[in-house]
Design a protein around this ligand. Sequence first.
Ligand code: GAR
Length: 229
Amino acid sequence: MKCRTLVLLSGRGSNLEALLTRIRCWQIPATIVGVISNRPDAGGLAIARGAGITSACIDHRQHADRSGFEATLATTIDALAPDLILLAGFMRVLTPAFVERYSPRLLNIHPSLLPAYRGLDTHARALAAGDREHGASVHVVVPELDAGPVIAQVIVPIRSDDDAPRLAARVQRGEHLLYPLVVQWYASGRLSLDSVQVSLDRQSLPENGCRFRLVMDPESVAGDRLEEA
Ligand code: GAR
């Protein structure tokens, strides 16, 4: 049985694209059953349509309040009966009631080495702090923003000539390996999720989850890989 995976996004959809590619190339026992965006102009919706995946736009601006928006979102999600829900650049804060409804099968990818830099503008903040390393984390979503147990992290170096867009692009190359890897673990039954603690192969994971370094292929992103940190 393939793991029915649903992707929620608001933007470009590069993580969705990477998930689609790597589910196929790595033969992950998962299938993307739907893509939902809160923004009609999200590039991720076009990627979903191009791949023949069911997609829906639930525009938060068309709803009077957060609970109305989330009620429509929940109805759409439940109709797709997902086993796993991935936030991939979904830029709406979800209420505790919504999070608890889907916990712990609701994951997020966040562009920082959590617990550092929760919230927005993570790349600029890491640069302003003079950090030497930055990265991304996949974590279980809990009501507190960007605070759930971390499953895995990818570390990328910060270079002296970096600006926020350049650093963000490098972090995304890491994200594009990390999220599919976590889906592979979950879909093959290796990952046990909980809102307090996660385990891989029955071993509780440390606070930062499994840590990897991004090894970039100078020729092509297809040759990028993760190395245990
Ligand atoms: C990703 O880099 C993800 O880490 C970030 O949004 C981007 C979406 O890119 N998420 C957050 O900032 C959540 N707090 P994509 O649409 O190209 O996948």
